[in-house]
Design a protein around this ligand. Structure first.
Ligand code: ADP
Length: 325
C-alpha cells in the first residue's frame, strides 16, 4: 500500500496532476530561544525555569523544514543577516535538504530572534518575536527568485516578512500557474489585494477572530472569504481544522487525540504538511489530513523543527498519497 512505485492511484484522485509541483516558501528565518517552565509567568512575575535551548526557527523556515521532512522538494526565499547565528541558521536549513539558493545573505544586519516560553504542564506557549533581517525582505528580493516560481508549485508565505514581498511572490505565483497558501500569522491586517491572491488562507482560531474582528470562528471564516480569500482553513488546536471551501461549504476535521507536550510550531507543521499534500496533487481535504497527522506527532514531542516528523512516521494511509508524486 505504501510502496513508492505503486502504479494504482486512489480513485478519488484520478484527476490529480501527474507531475507534482514543488513547495516554495517565502518567509522568515530566525533563532528560537526556548525556555521551559512549569507554567507561563503572569505579567511582572519571575519563574525559575526547567530548561533552555536555542534552535533554528521562524515560521518560514519551520514550514520549509516541515515540508522537506514530509518528502516535498522545497525551496526557500528569504533574507538572513549573516552576523551572530546567521550562518548556523542557513546550515541547518540546508541540512534538511531545503534549497537555500534564493536566500539573500546580508552581512549588515542581525538575523531574527524569537523568545519563547513553554509551559511544561499542557504545552501552552507565549512568544516575543524580533524580526531582524526578516523585516528587510523586499519585493525585489522575491523578483530575483522569479525562476523558482513554476507551474504546479505551491507557494507558501506567512506574515513575518513585509507584505510587499508576499504580494510580489503571490503575483509571480499566479503568473506562473502556481497555487498560493497564506498563513496569516502573526495576526496582522492582510490587504485586500493580497487576500485576493490567496488560494488558501490558513489561520489559527485567535488569528481568525482578530483578523475578522468577530468572536464566532465560523462567522470569522465566512467574512475572510467574503474579503477575497478562495478557501479558508482555521486551525483549532486539539479540536482540528475548520475548512471553508470555495463554494462556501464548511466542515470540521478532527485532530488525532495525542498527549500534547509542546505545541510551539503546531501550525507550522500543519502548513508544511498541507503544502506537501497539495504539491503532491492531493485534494485539499487530504492535504489538510496530512498536515493534521504531522502536527499531531509534532505536538507530542518537545521542540519545533526537531519535533517535526518524517513522512515514514505518519500512519500508512499518508504514505500512499506519495504515489501521486
Ligand atoms: P498554532 O500553532 O498556529 O496556534 P494550532 O494550535 O491551531 O495552531 O495547531 C495547528 C494544528 O496542529 C491543529 O489544527 C491540529 O491539527 C494540530 N494540533 C495542535 N494541537 C494539537 C493537539 N493538542 N492534539 C492534536 N493535534 C494538535
Amino acid at each position: 500500500m505504501s510502496k513508492p512505485n505503486e502504479t494504482t492511484s486512489p480513485p478519488s484522485e484520478a484527476a490529480a496532476p501527474q507531475v507534482p509541483g514543488r513547495v516554495l516558501v517565502v518567509g522568515s528565518i530566525n533563532m528560537d530561544m526556548v525556555a521551559h517552565a512549569q507554567r507561563l509567568p503572569a505579567p511582572g512575575e519571575t519563574l525559575v525555569g526547567q530548561s533552555f535551548v536555542m534552535a533554528p526557527g521562524g515560521k518560514g523556515a519551520n514550514q520549509a523544514v516541515a515540508a522537506a521532512r514530509l518528502g516535498a522538494r522545497v525551496a526557500f526565499v528569504s533574507r538572513v543577516g549573516t552576523r551572530q547565528h546567521g550562518a548556523e541558521l542557513l546550515q541547518a536549513l540546508q541540512a534538511e535538504g531545503v534549497d537555500a539558493s534564493s536566500v539573500v545573505r546580508d552581512p549588515a544586519v542581525l538575523p531574527g530572534v524569537a523568545v519563547i516560553m513553554v509551559a511544561s504542564e499542557g504545552g501552552e506557549n507565549a512568544i516575543v518575536y524580533v524580526p531582524g533581517s526578516n523585516a528587510d525582505l523586499t519585493a525585489a528580493d522575491v523578483q530575483a527568485a522569479a525562476d523558482q516560481f513554476q507551474p504546479g508549485a505551491v507557494v507558501v508565505a506567512q506574515l513575518e516578512v513585509p507584505v510587499p514581498a508576499i504580494q510580489q511572490a503571490f503575483e509571480l505565483a499566479r503568473a506562473a500557474g502556481a497555487r498560493t497558501v497564506l498563513n496569516a500569522a502573526p495576526a496582522l491586517a492582510v490587504p485586500p489585494a493580497l487576500l485576493a491572491l490567496c488560494d488558501w488562507l490558513v489561520l489559527n482560531e485567535t488569528e481568525a477572530q482578530q483578523l475578522a474582528g468577530i468572536e464566532d470562528v465560523e462567522a470569522a471564516a465566512r467574512l475572510l472569504q467574503a474579503s477575497g480569500a478562495r478557501e479558508l482553513l482555521v486551525t483549532l488546536g486539539a479540536a482540528g481544522v475548520l475548512m471553508l471551501d470555495a463554494v462556501g461549504q464548511m466542515q470540521r476535521l478532527p485532530a488525532a487525540a495525542v498527549k500534547a507536550v509542546d505545541t510551539v510550531g503546531a501550525g507550522d507543521t500543519f502548513v508544511g504538511g498541507l503544502a506537501t499534500g497539495l504539491a503532491e496533487g492531493c485534494s485539499a481535504e487530504q492535504a489538510v489530513r496530512l498536515g493534521m497527522a504531522a502536527a499531531a506527532i509534532a505536538v507530542s514531542r518537545s521542540g519545533v523543527q526537531s519535533a517535526m516528523p518524517l513522512r515514514a512516521e505518519l500512519p500508512a494511509e499518508f504514505a500512499s498519497m506519495r504515489s501521486l508524486a
